[in-house]
Design a binder for this molecule. Structure first.
Ligand SMILES: [Zn+2]
Length: 79
C-alpha cells in the first residue's frame, strides 16, 4: 500500500510505543500496532486502536504517577 501523504513510501505494519503526559504524570503504552511510512515517517492508528489507546492512557494517567503497559487488542466481540 502506498503512503497517502508523500505518495512515495510503501506502508509497513509495526509495533510502536505511545506516551502521554498530564499534570506531571507519565503513561506509556508499548507494542501498539500501527502503520508507518518509512519514507516520510507518518504513523497511522486504526480507529479501534486509537480508541483503545486513548482509553488506556486516560486510565493510566488517572491512577499512576508513572505507568508502562503493553497494548491490549480492542475487544471485537462482547464476551
Ligand atoms: Zn509517506
Amino acid at each position: 500500500m502506498r503512503c497517502n501523504d508523500c505518495q512515495n513510501g510503501d506502508l509497513l505494519e509495526e509495533l510502536r510505543h505511545k506516551s502521554a503526559v498530564s499534570n506531571g504524570r507519565v503513561a506509556v503504552v508499548t507494542d501498539v500496532p500501527v502503520t508507518v511510512c518509512p519514507s516520510c515517517g507518518m504513523v497511522w492508528y486504526s480507529e479501534d486502536v486509537a480508541v483503545e489507546l486513548d482509553t488506556m492512557l486516560s486510565n493510566m494517567l488517572a491512577h499512576d504517577t508513572v505507568s508502562v503497559r503493553p497494548f491490549r487488542e480492542p475487544a471485537t466481540t462482547a464476551a
